[in-house]
Ligand binder design. Structure first.
Ligand code: NAP
Length: 210
């Protein structure tokens, strides 16, 4: 999972497909760490995302490697293989259970995109998940936060005090746009760390993506 033997008081679990990881994700994790006073943030690339049917997700090892390359310079960031090494679909409840087992007295914060969290009622064992951790929903600029919280209220009254939202201007960057740029031969410089950019070109990723 991670090699840190310290007892965390608070730990961020940064969940995403990371296809590829970009600066928007890194800024989100650092903002969450800062605002919520998290001891560390563990990035958890999805193994087999349960909701991804619209495009072919890049091989898990490649997404894991890009995530490791991206976080290497931050002493508070780690990457976990927990979803990649687990058989079957990647359900967040199984991931949260694994972290809770490893760190029983740590307060867990699951960080991900607001669009993903809006679907939370469709997630496996949602009642259990919201009891076991807090959620940090990161929004792109221009997202109507009032509308978002109204939507959360509509979704379920009980979830509201467990879900926090943060607006992250750097989330103007998106993985979808990066895949499209590579396919169209456009530059992705300064959208992803240089090592991630090199990995993408060296392994010919996204050239057929649209
Ligand atoms: P997604 O639908 O691909 O992403 C939705 C939006 O959120 C996109 O705009 C995406 O931008 C953004 N996003 C995704 N991860 C982010 C992050 N860590 N920080 C900031 N923005 C983020 O979402 P996904 O990657 O499939 O799923 C997100 C997380 O929710 C994963 O950990 C996944 O396992 C979990 N999930 C669990 C269940 C379940 O347990 N049943 C179901 C669905 C999702 P980018 O494309 O630029 O990243």
């Amino acid at each position: 999972m991670d090699n840190n033997k310290k007892g965390y008081k608070t730990l961020g679990i940064m969940g995403g497909t990371f296809d590829p990881i970009h600066y928007g994700h890194l800024v989100t994790a650092e903002a969450a760490r800062d605002i919520f006073n998290l001891d560390s943030v563990v990035f958890v690339p999805s193994g087999r995302p349960p909701h991804k049917k619209d495009y072919r997700v890049t091989d898990a090892e490649s997404r894991y490697l890009m995530t490791v390359l991206a976080v290497v310079g931050n002493p508070h960031f780690y990457v976990s293989r927990v979803e990649i090494d687990r058989e079957g679909q990647s359900y967040s409840i199984d991931t949260i259970d694994a972290f809770q087992k490893k760190y029983p007295s740590t307060e867990l914060y699951f960080i991900t995109g607001a669009d993903a969290i809006l679907e939370i009622l469709t997630w496996r064992k949602v009642d259990e998940i919201v009891r076991k951790c807090f959620f940090i929903a990161a929004t792109r600029p221009g997202y109507d936060l009032k509308g978002l919280s109204a939507e959360f209220q509509r979704v379920a009254e009980v979830l509201c005090d467990r879900i926090h939202t943060i607006e992250v201007p750097a989330l103007a960057i998106s993985s979808t746009d990066i895949r499209r740029r590579v396919a169209d031969g456009e530059s992705i410089k300064y959208l992803v760390p240089e090592s991630v950019e090199q990995h993408i070109y060296k392994n010919d990723l996204y050239t057929g993506a649209r």
